[in-house]
Design a binder for this molecule. Structure first.
Ligand SMILES: C[S@@+](CC[C@H](N)C(=O)[O-])C[C@H]1O[C@@H](n2cnc3c(N)ncnc32)[C@H](O)[C@@H]1O
Length: 277
């Protein structure tokens, strides 16, 4: 489902572009809150198609530098091919690289941004220690992710929704995705950074809500979320529940909710910042 060349779910270019467009306003606010400043040298680690790199470049311009790395060749190719359109293209670079073996020397970056990727990380300790290694002393780590337990699709019957979320949690626990995926990483980030010895750990939680009229990208993003939950939940639901859930996201059904005036979607995202010492 929405996979890139590396076979990870929810990492295709189309999915990441829709996700970005759906939340661009909120992402700009987050980046403004990161504390990244003019002149900083920033690593956008696991950058995907490089969408956050552009927002980061606005903050560090004109004298800073943003380097995006990702292990997925198709995503890095997309990022490079689209760099020409970027207003700050002269201070952005993309290259392939694994997050467990970041291709830079110790003490290189003023800031490392790690967006929407911690959920794919099986060895969190190794990944965070590697991020610490490439940060300058006092450099800033910014980890941004979400927590999949806190999500609202209104006006779906609240009990159906809770059953789908519970069944999805069950599915993810009993049939863990291969490769690894932690749908509930957002709540753990603060503690994980403390555990790895980062200083000045601070977490901000953002509630992101969407109401009608929705852009096509936002509709695809919300529908993709609904499909992701259903895929993991389906083995633990009745046929009737599966049918009902699908109908709410099927534009040809009279149960379709995304065009309703009362439609309300909400999820929470967390940004944890800390200093390397
Ligand atoms: C959900 S995407 C997020 C991409 C981007 N940060 C964003 O928010 O648009 C997760 C990214 O992590 C990358 N990734 C996962 N494991 C990785 C690894 N071991 N090394 C480098 N990149 C990795 C994937 O290729 C993908 O681009």
């Amino acid at each position: 489902m929405f996979v890139s060349q590396r076979g990870l779910e929810l990492t295709s270019v189309q999915w990441l572009l829709d996700h970005h467009k759906a939340k661009e306003k909120e992402r700009r606010q987050m980046v403004a809150d990161f504390g990244v400043k003019r002149g900083d040298i920033v690593l956008d680690l696991a950058c995907g198609p490089g969408l956050w790199s552009s927002l980061l470049a606005e903050k560090v311009a004109p004298s800073g530098l943003v380097i995006g790395t990702d292990f997925s060749p198709d995503l890095v190719r997309y990022a490079k091919e689209n760099l020409e359109k970027e207003p700050h293209k002269d201070i952005i670079e993309f290259m392939e690289g694994d997050l467990y073996l970041i291709p830079f020397r110790d003490d290189t970056f003023d800031a490392v941004f790690f967006g929407n990727t911690l959920s794919y990380v099986e060895d969190v300790q190794k990944a965070l220690q590697e991020q610490k290694r490439v940060l300058k002393k006092g450099g800033r780590l910014v980890v941004k992710d979400f927590d999949g337990a806190i999500i609202i699709f209104h006006p779906i019957d609240v009990y159906l929704q809770l059953e789908v979320l519970t069944a999805a949690a069950n599915g993810l626990e009993r049939n863990p995705p291969q490769p690894h995926f932690d749908n509930f990483v957002g709540r753990k980030m603060h503690g994980l950074l403390l555990k790895e010895g980062f200083k000045d750990v601070s977490t901000t939680t953002y509630a992101i809500s969407k109401t009608a009229p929705l852009s096509p990208e936002t509709k695809r993003y919300i529908t993709g979320n609904a499909e992701f939950y259903l895929k993991n939940a389906a083995p633990y639901l009745s046929k009737e529940q599966v049918w009902q859930w699908r109908a709410h996201f099927d534009p040809t059904s009279d149960q379709y909710i995304l065009d309703l005036d009362e439609f309300y979607f909400c999820m929470v995202e967390m940004v944890t910042t800390a200093r390397a010492q």
